[in-house]
Design a protein around this ligand. Structure first.
Ligand code: IPD
Ligand code: CA
Ligand code: CA
Length: 284
């Protein structure tokens, strides 16, 4: 059995090489489409957008993965009906697959639509439910974040390491503003209000996958967001873990593919971070 530590090579291409190739190709194409998209639709809510570029990039990645690994399973955001229930169901239907590619072709579609240069391609490969390869690519900065389970994580060829802050007070955090106005957004806002006075500052740049990559590279001390999907988090979670950080849900349970309410950090102030979020949720 392959436990994921020994990443196999099939047809001369390793899983990681294919993930990098897909992210780079899709990212370059997405960049050429910045300011040029022709269709804009609304998905689950007025804040949940999709363009032909999201769909085109996912098709490109799906086809490339399928060429190398035709028997692998594939879960891409644009192949799933919008909304949290459909996302959970879609994951449940494939999460026991031997090999599962989990793809967000454009993480940060709102930014892409507005020309705000912060979005990414997120590609993960899970082996029997555990992420073994994670790649997040920022085409605007040409930054490729890559992790292999048990082998560390790299950006621009340099090994990444999480930051050194040991308390919330000295931490720079990031969060997102979820599209779901009924549950995720109000809870995230409540947590934001409670946690802001306890930290150095908070950023919200609009790509969960890139925020996770920034935690991995030590540019952020931590990140949390309510109501994310497997494709937002799978690659970033491996980046953070392989850089020495910690990824859990808001209860402090270890990350797995089904986690939607995520807390990622340098690990050094993780317990304090989780406790502060829980207190905020409980309203004390
Ligand atoms: C969104 C981004 C954003 C986060 C939202 C996600 P999308 O993904 O990651 O930062 O706040 O919750 O849905 O829709 O651009 O792929
Ligand atoms: Ca996303
Ligand atoms: Ca997306």
């Amino acid at each position: 059995m392959n436990d994921g530590n020994d990443i196999p090579v099939i047809g001369g291409k390793s899983f990681t090489a294919v993930a990098i190739n897909c992210a780079a190709k899709a990212g370059e194409w997405i960049k050429t489409k910045l300011g040029n998209h022709t269709s804009l639709s609304i998905k689950h809510s007025a804040q949940d957008l999709v363009t032909e570029v999201d769909k085109g990039a996912e098709t490109m990645i799906r086809n490339l993965v399928g060429t190398h690994f035709p028997h692998h399973s594939f879960l891409g955001e644009e192949g799933v009906e919008p909304g949290p229930e459909a996302s959970t169901k879609a994951l449940q239907s494939v999460q026991d697959a031997e090999y599962l590619w989990i793809v967000d072709p454009v993480d940060g579609t709102t930014n892409f639509v507005h020309g705000f240069p912060y979005f990414s391609v997120s590609i993960a490969l899970a082996y029997r439910g555990e992420v073994i390869v994670g790649v997040v690519y920022d085409p605007m900065r040409d930054e490729l974040f890559v992790a292999e389970k048990g082998k560390g994580a790299y950006v621009r060829g340099r090994r990444m390491a999480v930051s050194g802050e040991t308390t919330l007070r000295e931490s720079l955090l990031a969060t997102g503003f979820p599209a779901d106005p009924h549950y995720a957004q109000p809870l995230n806002m409540k947590q934001l209000q409670a946690i802001a006075p306890q930290v150095r500052n908070i950023r919200s740049a609009g790509s969960a996958a890139l925020h996770m990559a920034y935690v991995a590279s030590g540019r952020l001390s931590g990140f949390w967001e309510i109501g994310l999907n497997s494709w937002d988090l799978a690659a970033g979670a491996l980046l953070v873990k392989e850089s020495g950080g910690t990824v859990t849900d808001v209860q402090g349970n270890d990350y797995h593919l089904g986690v939607r309410h995520v807390v990622a950090s340098n690990g050094r102030m993780h317990d304090e971070f989780v406790t502060a979020l829980q207190r905020a949720e409980a309203g004390n």
